[in-house]
Design a protein around this ligand. Structure first.
Ligand code: GRF
Length: 219
């Protein structure tokens, strides 16, 4: 039986990832509830999804804090107060220092197959433009735990998509985003089922114990 996870979802923009998680929870495909949405930017479009669902919102902007440490603490204090089990970065564009008590409890999704096309400065369509420029034949998305650097934490799961001749950053983004909409809830559900363990860089996924759910995750 999956545990009902309490998620803090962090956004900075359009909130499509947040919307997907809300939809999955509504469809009972995700054993979770979103206890707080934190935005690094005031008045972003994505906040409307939190408002529609009456999810508490916190705006925490980097410019109001002197150091990265203070900024990070402000964010994680909100998560502690909301008793969040996991922090889900969902189109969140700020670096955070991960405190000890949140190690292996912060997730991110990146729109490439890490370690390709990732790291500082690789976000949004820049990632897809670089992939196309390089001439890769597959791309995809990566769900990973967040450590103290950009996109370097242990990988939970990846999904690939084909790259077609004539693809543009926008068309590749659409295909990768569709894969993201599967991958992120799938990874979170694995956590809810307590099937994930981390040793160093390696994430292991245990087989499903509860066969009543049909033996597979329904995505
Ligand atoms: C996607 O590129 C995702 O990989 C990255 O943020 C983008 C989605 O942002 N983490 P949003 O959910 O539309 O705000």
């Amino acid at each position: 039986m999956a545990k009902q996870l309490r998620l803090a979802v962090f956004i900075s923009g359009t909130g499509r990832t947040l919307k997907n998680l809300i939809d999955r929870i509504r469809a009972e495909q995700l054993s979770a509830e979103i206890v707080v949405v934190v935005s690094s930017v005031a008045n972003v479009v994505g906040l409307q999804y939190a408002e529609e669902e009456s999810i508490p919102i916190e705006i925490i902007e980097r410019c109001h804090y002197e150091s990265l440490n203070e900024f990070s603490e402000a964010n994680f204090s909100v998560c502690r107060a909301a008793r969040a089990d996991y922090v889900v970065l969902a189109g969140y564009f700020r670096r955070l220092e991960i405190p000890k008590d949140f190690e292996s409890r912060v997730l991110n999704i990146h729109p490439s197959l890490i370690p390709a096309f990732c790291g500082k400065g690789y976000y949004g369509n820049i990632v897809h433009a670089k992939a196309l420029e390089y001439g890769v034949k597959i791309s995809g998305c990566t769900v990973h735990f967040v450590d103290q650097e950009y996109d370097t934490g242990p990988i939970i799961l990846q999904k690939s998509v084909d790259v077609y001749e004539g693809d543009t950053p926008n068309s590749l983004n659409d295909r990768v985003f569709a894969a993201e909409c599967q991958a992120y809830p799938e990874a979170i559900e694995l956590l809810a089922q307590e099937r994930i363990s981390v040793k160093g860089r390696i994430v292991k996924i245990a087989p499903l114990k509860d066969q009543k759910r049909g033996g597979e995750i329904d995505f």
